[in-house]
Design a binder for this molecule. Sequence first.
Ligand code: BGC
Length: 782
Amino acid sequence: MNQIDNIMKKLTLEEKVSLCSGIGLWQTKDIEDKRIPAIWMADGSNGIRIMKPVHNQRKQDTSEFLQVTDLTQNSPTITKQYEAVCYPSGAALASTWNMELIESMGAMLGDECNFRKVNILLAPGINIKRSPLGGRGYEYYSEDPYLTGKTAEAFIKGVQSQGVGTSIKHFAANNAETLRINMSSDVDERALREIYLAPFELAIKNAKPWTVMSSYNKVNGVQMAENRRLLTDILRDEWNFDGVVVSDWGGIKDRVQALKAGNDLDMPENRRNNKSIQEAVENGTLDESVLDVSVRRILEMIFKAKAQERFKDSIDWESHREIAKKVAEDSIILLKNENNLLPITKEKYKKVAVIGAFATEPRYQGGGCTLVNPTRISNPYDEICRLAGNDIKITYAKGYEINNRINDQLLTEAVEKAGEADAAVIFAGLWVAYDREGFDRKTLDIDSSHIRLIQEICKIQKRVIVVLNNGDAVTMDPWINGAGAVVEQFLVGETVGEAVADILFGIVNPSGKLPVSFPKRLEDTSAYPLFPGECNHHIYGESIFVGYRYYEKKKIDTLFPFGFGLSYTEFAYSNLKLDKTVMNGIQKLTVQVTVANTGSCKGKEVVQLYVSDKESRLLRPIKELKKFEKIELEQGESKTVTFELSYRDFAYYDPEAEDWVVEDGIFDIHIGKSCEDIVLTASVEMKDAKKKFRYLYLDSQHARVFENTVSKKMYLDFLVEKGVLTKDNVDAMVPLLKGNYMGIYNVITSLLGGDITKEEMQEKLDEINQVCTAKSKAESCF
Ligand code: BGC
């Protein structure tokens, strides 16, 4: 008998119940005389958020949880939190497309958890960016499920390599902040599987997070904490997740239903909810064995955390900051660079005007539960001055108030300064009020005072470089034509100053790529006008056509496409080769492509592979990202990149077959610099992809029965046995039945006069469904 069996045997009902919720805000329940210790949890996605005082205290002051972000400053003094490195936001992280780097950042976070004596980091937040209006866009990764899933996988592996657990969140379809506690995300099954669950599935299967956090919202009318289908049938039975499901903070409405659905832990402490579990066991409405399953999982998590604990008493913040800086530099995206306005060099410019309050008071993180009390924030203005040295004169004007209030005097001064210089670098974007948990944006414009500033400066200055400071996509219509260069920094954390300045001066060659599309107008976005929803329903009417999948299908031009980002060097692609192989009995397609750095400096490129299904029974996107790799090349160097594609990379989710389906036919393999800039394409033919059986119902048409040879035979034998058809006429009847539009039961009873009861027919269909589903499980490929 192991340690947990032993403890389980000795626990009273009350003790078991008490383990199902925490103590205070961040701690699990300990039971001293049963030798059950407590473990600690802390946010967050881009740095550790721990409120003081936390340790050696059984209970925290809960008002700390309710602290409000000070919206008058970009760098609020977060005195109630311990300091921690503020790493790049999720949006920036995903812009790196650099999985190795993300894993090292995860390891740094894990190490900080050990220093702060935290066992589980409540991250990563990975919900799909259904609309750029979503208030937590700065925290989440991408509009694409594959990029999101891979980024989460790397993050989790990094953190957990330090003996610290993670909590992948928010499961599932929590893609808006508006009414997040009450609203139902009404999503069709294909979109749910292919877009919203897919990144969770990938990261959970590949990186095995210790916990999954259920989200606040409902999915198709069922509260997520009570959603047995998602928390148990899919998460555990299909994906083999064996950790703990923890509620989002205060997210459980019916504790007993939540426990039955598979939501093990209720956070934070909620004694009333515990009491309802106890009452339900006592009055027989909850089987104690259900409670036992969750208690066992919670104990396994606690003892695993304790066994792996590597708590430490000192930390080298600077080495952590160094990784934060590397990630920041890899994430910054060069969106436009006409006439090589960038990088800034002394050969090009003698005098540069730095304009905008964000240059001295930088935007570097979003608000909400990701808020970090940084160790040392750098600001772009100081770093620009440092790199300019004595060679380039730098001037500065504030340009606008941080809170977007119009100030004509600041505007006039800025225009004057910009006019006197050889070039103007304008820091613009969104003030902190717009990148916040609990709120969605209403517009995609940047702050109005910034738009006016850029427009006025563009009238008198030909060389305008705009540095954008915001957490998710913005529109640029009113000013983009006047700006020669645009750099996007998606809230890159506390090293913002060094990272932005290094990119502007070419110390670092930009290599970030957009993890989302930048639309021309809000009206062009896929969730418009349904986002965020009304009457407690968020209707996902665009289905699987999210982000670039939508723009491509609808032939809508974007401002900047998904996957896009410029470099100070050039890359050339050649030699695309496809090769079908069998590895360990599984068929794979190996894809190779050679990339050369043909420009004038060292640089990094993200090689992107997209797959297109040329023809399909169900609707499919024009193409979908299936692989990518970031490589670094010296000037003149070339490298061959190899990808391996397997069954799932070609499949769609067929809700009728309740499975992933690959159809026979031609698939295009595209290699691109972005989803729009495809440089090489080759085709592969899929043969003998086993047809997934589609369930038969009383009102299915006969064509469906005859799709499968086994169901056809079983069904016709039954009709002959029942005397509806005879051995002699059965073959001749098949084409007639196949062409009829009515449901099978009605055809048999009315047109053919068969005397079969509904129950008999249903029984037969159940048998056929069972036999044929079992037979169609095997996967084949090329
Ligand atoms: C957020 C979670 C967070 C939790 C604890 C909730 O409001 O949605 O992401 O982990 O609070 O701070």
